[in-house]
Design a protein around this ligand. Sequence first.
Ligand SMILES: Cc1cc2nc3c(=O)[nH]c(=O)nc-3n(C[C@H](O)[C@H](O)[C@H](O)COP(=O)(O)OP(=O)(O)OC[C@H]3O[C@@H](n4cnc5c(N)ncnc54)[C@H](O)[C@@H]3O)c2cc1C
Length: 396
Amino acid sequence: MDFTYSAKDAAFRDELRAWLAANLPAGWGETVFGPEDEDENAMFRLDWEGKLYAGGWNGIAWPVKYGGRGASLVEQAIFAEEMARARAPEGLNIIGRNLVATTLLHHGSEEQRQRYLPKIISGEEVWCQGFSEPNAGSDLASIRCRAVREGDHFVINGQKIWTSFAQYAQWCILLARTDTDLPKHQGISFLLVDMSTPGISIRPLRQISGESEFNETFFDNVKVPVANLVGDLNGGWKIAMTTLAYERGPEDALGRQIHFKQELDALIETAATLKRGKGTAIDDPTVRQKLAKSVVEIEVMRLNCLRAFSKALKGKPRGPEASMNKLYWSHVTQNMYETALEALGPLAPLDGGDPLSPGEGRFQLSFLRSKAFTIYSGSSEIQRNIIAERVLGLPK
Ligand SMILES: Cc1cc2nc3c(=O)[nH]c(=O)nc-3n(C[C@H](O)[C@H](O)[C@H](O)COP(=O)(O)OP(=O)(O)OC[C@H]3O[C@@H](n4cnc5c(N)ncnc54)[C@H](O)[C@@H]3O)c2cc1C
């Protein structure tokens, strides 16, 4: 691993830092935050996405031809680091930018790229991902949502679930079964669906955190033009694997690590000032030891990220270490938030609206949100299966 940056990389970092300083409100992430209301927050994130685009900072990894900067892997890592350091808001169109665009760049026709990429990068069209179904999550190839060809359209019938951002999305990447006679991995097609098409209905799902990021999405005789098929008919599985590879990739892992380190620093500061008996919460040896364990684990997370990154820089293919990293960071950060609640003791259940709540309820909310870490992008059991089979060579 070589930790030095070239002069070009340093200039890239300086340019981004200057832009962030000029475009984020003063005190952002410390005393100034985004709106609390979920819908207002989503629109705020969309607005931020527009600012990034106007400044030339959205979709930086994309080829220049499609509006990106053709940023190198190191520049992408610097971008993720600086955004995390500045606690910059996350744009709303994460699925469009990270998953849909990458998939279209690999498998889309030139016509599809020209049609969809400019509106993804500008934030004009938000996307959602219609993959999971009530009986097809980890076993995604079991999807039952049907697409039947009728003339120049497919007619879609079925249900998707856990569709994040469907309530804000103009478009959806949809996996649908186009042949029920073929083996299950072979009868699936990858479609681009306009969410304003008649027959689509969305029902929000309330999460443990009180938020409704994701939804149930129903398709009732929804007509999708054949031109919206990506790749070959019944060739959707291979395309979906490209989408998922980018969902689990190392590009934003360093930024995520910096974010968790900030959370841990804030927790240590809170524990050091929170009155407990004659001293503070951090005087409790159990709390102190658990915090120290988190410090070590979050640092190991950074080193794991750098190792995966270093491998990617050498042009080596994305391997099963993505699963090791995902498994590691998701559990380590869940442990950190459990320690947070233990350190806060009886004040832990208070939410942000209560003046006695330490850290304005952020640890309680983060603890609840962290429950999803070991489920999305492949649950922990699935990651362990991948490691067992592909790294350790154990039988299925
Ligand atoms: C916050 C969040 C956002 C999401 N957003 C989206 C989205 O936008 N679009 C979308 O399509 N999906 C989305 N998902 C869904 C996500 O991809 C699935 O939840 C995930 O794939 C697991 O599927 P499942 O929920 O059906 O659980 P299941 O697959 O039913 O798993 C249930 C349990 O069984 C275990 N299990 C399953 N199979 C095996 C096996 N072979 N070996 C051992 N254990 C096994 C699992 O680990 C889990 O513990 C989101 C999920 C979350 C939590």
